[in-house]
Structure formats: structure tokens, C-alpha cells
Design a protein around this ligand. Structure first.
Ligand code: FAS
Ligand code: PHB
Length: 389
């Protein structure tokens, strides 16, 4: 088989890149290791920056999001049993969209099907070859046979544990990492959200986040030891701890219910440089991971796609490779700014194991300063709604 752009990974970044290129007349094939059902069973991000919203609309995939998503003008921060609101719309004139990554991925798959896009599932042992030549190819196994795809470019949209980043020689690749000494226990419950907008709560017992998916589907997170056995967190234990960490008025409104999904995820900041090796380009989690505190993971994948899509368009339409040559530096500039914001949100809102009373007071003062200063709030708002592409 031959295609112009071979994309490894059928998550949100691989799918939207394939969709955008297809709409521009550029041929792609997506190779996904898992079944579609498995990919769609993952519960992940919940907040879309306005840039990501525009990307989905541009890809012709925004209709259900615009119908069913929730536009949020702001967010609440809380500490010491009281909260205050950051008004994005008033401060920076922008908003965010609350619409789950699962829905985004579902909509992208539907759009690929509608356009006859080629997404090959259960592609095992995907291996890029000859990346430093002008005739790269990718091999994979499926149905007991080996297959080969010749292409112009290979795009690694295969996430943190994918194969593409490993194709960049260790002598060339630089990685930067911070592993946080805690995890997030996430719970999905068919209960009405406790608040009309998200609540990020700092508490001496640990961080809590109240989010949602729709008017009867709530998403909550608690900071917990990353090695906690999930069995320790019965529904009752979860709801009791959540009530302790958020302001009493919100705790009093919580409607509890059975968890329909419960999992503990580790938190890390990770950036790999460069995001290109010959004809291989890295996108999304294949190149970077942020702690979900800033709601940036999926949104950074979207801005990577924006830069790479525009660069491939220049190459194929105008035979101009300058933007491809500049992709890595351009994407990394925005990635590091979002990495900084996600690190700041995480270090300000979480309780660290070795944290002294002084550190807790500094965190509370950081939030008190935010509450008192429109300038400080505007800085948070411009990062949360998404820095310009
Ligand atoms: P993805 O990991 O989504 O997709 C990569 C795809 O490549 C997968 O389908 C995988 O099966 C496939 N693949 C991997 N190796 C392959 C191989 N060798 N061959 C073929 N296919 C291969 N972000 C937020 O903004 N907010 C959140 O709350 C949030 N919560 C998260 C919770 C968890 C548990 C995790 C893991 C991530 C979370 N994220 C969150 C980040 C997440 O949303 C990512 O940023 C987003 O999925 C990035 O999309 P992709 O880059 O497409 O990578
Ligand atoms: C979510 O709704 O899953 C969510 C929202 C905001 C975050 C992280 C996760 O910062």
C-alpha cells in the first residue's frame, strides 16, 4: 500500500490530523494498535480550549460538540473552605468548552467513516523504517500477515507509550521530566454536577476537582497516593473525602451515586525534543505529557496538529518545506508555556508529602493574591482558555 502521510495512533490527534489532511486532498492511513471499542472506552480529558473547539469545527466535526457541549465562562478556585470565581469572559474575552475526550474521539471516528478515511485497527508491531531517507515506510502485522505502507511522512500520534518517540536516536533525543509524588483518583458518576462550573480545590488533606460531562454525568478527582489500591476507595470513602476537601456550601449540595468508572492515574510533566527525526514528526502525548491540573493534555495535541497540518499543506500545495523544518521549534514554544502553566497549577493546588506549614501558607497566599488581583486572574485566564496558536 502507498499513501502520502502514514499516521501511527488512532487517538484524537491522529484522527483529527487525518481528517484535516483528507479534507485538503492529502491521502493518509491511520494505524491503531487497539480496537475501536477499546479506544472509545477510555475516559480522559473534559475541557477544550477555544483553539481546539475551532480545530474541531474546521475539521467538520463540531456539530455535536456545539449541540451537547457546555460553554463555560469561568472556573472556581477554592481554599480554606471558600471559593472565588475566575471570569474568563470578562478578563480575556474567551471561554472554554466542556465536552469529553471520549465524545471528541467518537465524533472523529464517525467523520473518518463518513469520508471513507482509512483507519486500520489491531495493527500490531507497527515499525517505521528509513526515516532519514525520502522514501520512508511502515510495517505492521495483522491477521497473521506482515503489511507495508510506503509514504512521504510518518506521524507519531501514538501517545506516551507509543513506538514513534523510540525511533529518535538517544544521542539526538533530549527529554525533560518531573514525576509528581501523588496520583489522581478519578470517578465518573451519573449524578448532577455539584456546580455550574468546575471547582479546583486546594486543601491540606489534598487536591480535589469537581467537573462534569453533562447535566447528569459528573466527573470528580481526588489527589491520592499513586500506589493506593483502587479497592481502598469505596464509593462511600470517595464521597466522604471529596466533601472534606471542597467548600462546605458545595459539599452540602453534592448528590452522590455509584461510580460508573473509577481509576487512579499518575501525574508527570514530560517533554521530548526535538519532535522531528527525518521524515518522522511527533504529535501530542508521543512528545509531551502534562499533569491534568491545567486541562492541557488534549489541547496541546490539538495545537501540535494545527502546526503540522499547516506545514504539510505548505509542503504539498506550494512545495515549501520551511514550516515543516520549523515545526518542532514552533510546537515546543507553545508546549513549554502550557507545561509551565500545568506545573504551576499542580504545585499551587496539591499537597506535597514533604510539605511544611510554610508551604501550605504560601499556597493559600498564592490563591488569596489571585482572589484579590484582576491582573493575576487575567494571567491565569489567558493560560486556561488557551494561549494563541
Ligand atoms: P492518545 O494516547 O490519546 O492516543 C494514542 C493512540 O495511539 C492510542 O489510541 C494508542 O492505542 C495508539 N498507539 C499507541 N502505541 C501504538 C503503536 N505502537 N501502534 C499503533 N497505535 C499505537 N488531558 C486533559 O486535557 N485533561 C484530562 O483530564 C486528562 N486526563 C487523562 C487521564 C489519563 C488516564 C490519561 C492517560 C491521559 C489524560 N489526559 C488528559 C491526557 C490525554 O487526554 C492526552 O493528552 C490525549 O489523549 C492526547 O491525545 P493523543 O496524542 O492522540 O494520544
Ligand atoms: C475533566 O473533566 O476530566 C477535567 C477537567 C479539568 C481538568 C482535568 C480533568 O483540569
Amino acid at each position: 500500500m502507498r499513501t502520502q502521510v502514514c499516521i501511527i495512533g488512532g487517538g484524537p490527534s491522529g484522527l483529527i490530523l487525518s481528517q484535516l489532511l483528507h479534507k485538503a486532498g492529502i491521502d493518509t492511513v491511520v494505524l491503531e494498535r487497539r480496537t475501536r471499542d477499546y479506544v472509545l472506552s477510555r475516559i480522559r480529558a473534559g475541557v477544550l480550549e477555544f483553539g481546539a473547539v475551532n480545530m474541531l469545527r474546521k475539521a467538520g466535526v463540531g456539530a455535536r460538540m456545539d449541540r451537547e457541549g457546555f460553554v463555560h465562562d469561568g472556573v472556581y478556585l477554592a481554599a480554606q473552605n471558600r471559593g472565588f470565581r475566575i471570569d474568563f469572559k470578562r478578563l480575556v474575552g474567551k471561554q472554554v468548552m466542556v465536552y469529553g475526550q471520549t465524545e471528541v474521539t467518537q465524533d472523529l471516528y464517525a467523520a473518518r467513516d463518513a469520508m471513507g478515511g482509512v483507519v486500520i485497527h489491531q495493527a500490531e508491531g507497527v515499525t517505521p523504517h528509513d526515516l532519514k531517507t525520502d522514501a520512508p515506510f511502515v510495517t505492521y502485522h495483522r491477521d497473521g500477515a506482515e503489511h507495508r505502507i510506503d509514504c512521504d511522512y510518518v506521524i507519531g500520534c501514538d501517545g506516551f507509550h507509543g513506538v514513534s518517540r523510540t525511533c529518535i536516536p538517544a544521542s539526538v533525543l533530549n527529554t525533560y521530566e518531573r514525576v509528581y509524588p501523588f496520583g489522581w483518583l478519578g470517578v465518573l458518576s451519573q449524578t448532577p454536577p455539584v456546580s455550574d462550573e468546575l471547582i479546583y480545590a486546594n486543601h491540606e488533606r489534598g487536591f480535589a476537582l469537581c467537573s462534569m460531562r453533562n447535566e447528569n454525568l459528573s466527573r470528580y478527582y481526588l489527589q491520592v497516593p499513586v500506589d493506593d489500591p483502587i479497592e481502598k476507595w469505596t464509593d462511600a470513602a470517595f464521597w466522604d473525602e471529596l466533601r472534606r476537601r471542597i467548600p462546605e456550601d458545595a459539599a452540602g449540595r453534592i448528590v452522590t451515586g455509584a461510580a460508573i468508572e473509577k481509576s487512579i492515574a499518575p501525574l508527570r510533566s514530560f517533554v521530548a525534543e526535538p519532535m522531528r527525526w527525518g521524515r518522522l514528526f511527533l504529535v501530542g502525548d508521543a512528545a509531551h505529557i502534562v499533569p491534568p491540573t491545567g486541562a492541557k493534555g488534549l489541547n496541546l495535541a490539538m495545537s501540535d496538529v494545527h502546526y503540522l497540518y499547516e506545514a504539510l499543506l505548505s509542503r504539498y500545495n506550494d512545495r515549501d518545506e520551511a514550516a515543516l523544518d520549523g515545526y518542532s521549534a514552533c510546537a515546543l514554544a507553545r508546549i513549554w508555556k502550557s507545561t509551565r502553566f500545568s506545573w504551576w497549577m499542580t504545585t499551587t493546588l496539591h499537597r506535597f508529602p514533604d510539605q511544611a506549614g510554610f508551604d501550605q501558607r504560601i499556597q493559600e497566599t498564592e490563591l488569596a493574591y489571585l482572589e484579590s488581583s484582576d491582573i493575576a486572574q487575567a494571567a491565569l485566564a489567558e493560560n486556561y482558555v488557551g494561549l494563541p496558536y
